[in-house]
Design a protein around this ligand. Structure first.
Ligand code: FE2
Ligand code: FE2
Length: 415
């Protein structure tokens, strides 16, 4: 059997290849246009693909558009319905409207990420492939099963959401009010001694450091500015969410925190270099971009305490769903609108022309965090298209990487 796997995410491709390599020759591609060309060549050479797995959400030509193209070509070649290639749609956001649209376009099946081998083989069996469907895994032994269970609980409101301390809300209300002043802000912050002293350390950390050392809350607030103070306090609050009493989870969350902090610092510096407005939002975006991973791991440890979150296959399954889940989570936590696409699309490998610079910056910062030794999951090795789209000079990127790398650990201690 010849199998074509089209997904822009490297981990998703890897998982699908792992599930299907025993069934035949797998060709896995990240670019839908190139994959469509590959599909056509195979038909013309008389060795067509028997099965295609298509990711719904891809930059450029998405899964639905590619499916439409495949069916259009088959119709033009007068290929009978029975002889058409079998296509399964895979997505981390399968709602009824998407499923209906895919059926209308002529897919043969659809699966939600993370996909288990059992689900995939069972779906292929139903399409008429002669394969021995493996035994159904019990929920406890299947990582995709565990994650699906958590997501269902989340949508039913049965997973407790991370809670920000009250001060975060107070500051937000203050800044959204009529002509907020530094004095108003100081009055709120000074009530919290821990946050006040952290703000002073952060103002003196290499991330914000000026010429002199600041010793008072007022001086720290002045150095940070009102908007930055809001972002920094939210980041301090978010820091506490990366804690756990479970040993294995604690280790992983500590790595995830350092990764998120690296993305935040790189994002901030990139934003400054590009003179993007609201770089302080970018800092907080970096802190929360992988929040979906954090909550999924915590929920797994709560619900399946015998599991180790350090397992590679579990991490891969979490990675597959963390963007959609993170976006849903930020929405529920009432983060402002510009945060949602950052959580949802930060792993794309190409972006439309009108993409917000914050999203491009976090995508790039996520890549660069790996290069300075603070990656969390493997990313595509090729340099991201966001560099070109942002119009960044590679030398400047190198300089920013060097700066952030040298000050990262010291700055992280202040949070
Ligand atoms: Fe991510
Ligand atoms: Fe990340």
């Amino acid at each position: 059997m010849k199998i074509l796997i089209v997904d822009d995410e490297s981990i998703s491709r890897k998982i699908l290849v792992r599930h299907m390599e025993a069934l035949g020759e797998c060709v896995a591609m990240d670019n839908s246009r190139k994959a469509l060309a590959e599909f056509e060549v195979a038909v013309e050479q008389g060795h067509p693909f028997d099965f295609v797995s298509l990711d719904v959400s891809m930059p450029g030509m998405d899964g639905q558009q590619m499916l439409a193209q495949i069916r259009k070509q088959e119709a033009a070649r007068k290929i009978s319905r029975a002889d058409r290639v079998k296509v399964i749609m895979v997505s981390s956001r399968m709602n009824m409207a998407t499923i209906k649209a895919c059926i209308k376009l002529g897919c043969n099946g659809y699966l939600s990420k993370p996909v288990s081998k059992y689900q995939l083989w069972e779906a292929m069996g139903k399409m008429g492939f002669d394969i021995a469907v493996p035994q159904k895994e019990s929920e406890e032994s299947s990582y995709p099963g565990m994650i699906t269970e958590i997501i269902q609980r989340f949508y039913k409101g049965k997973i407790s959401l991370p809670v920000f301390p009250h001060i975060v809300k107070e500051i937000q209300e203050c800044l959204e009010g009529d002509s907020p002043s530094m004095e108003d802000l100081a009055r709120i912050v000074e009530k919290d001694i821990v946050i006040s002293s952290k703000l002073i350390s952060i103002a003196n950390s290499p991330l914000y450091k000026g010429i002199d050392t600041v010793n008072s809350l007022n001086a720290a607030l002045l150095r940070l500015g009102m908007k930055a103070t809001q972002g920094v306090i939210s980041a301090v609050a978010a820091r506490n969410m990366f804690a756990s009493k479970n040993k294995s989870l604690k280790r992983v969350l500590e790595n995830l925190w350092m990764h998120s902090f690296a993305v935040a610092c790189l994002g901030k510096r990139l934003g400054e270099a590009l003179k993007v407005e609201h770089t302080e939002n970018i800092f907080l975006m970096g802190i929360v971009h992988d929040i979906g991973k954090m909550l999924l791991m915590k929920a797994i440890v709560d619900l399946f305490p015998e599991e180790s979150v350090e397992e590679t296959e579990l991490q891969q399954a979490i990675h597959e769903i963390h963007t959609t889940f993170g976006a849903a989570l930020l929405k529920k936590m009432r983060f402002s609108n510009e945060f949602i696409p950052v959580a949802e699309f930060h792993h794309w490998n190409a972006y439309p022309k009108d993409t917000a610079p914050e999203l491009l910056i976090i995508n790039l910062a996520d890549h660069l965090s790996c290069e300075i030794g603070f990656g969390f999951t493997e990313v595509e090795s090729q340099s991201p298209s966001s560099i070109k789209q942002l119009g960044l000079d590679p030398d400047l990127i190198l300089e920013i990487c060097g700066q952030v790398k040298s000050m990262l650990k010291e700055s992280a201690r202040a949070f």
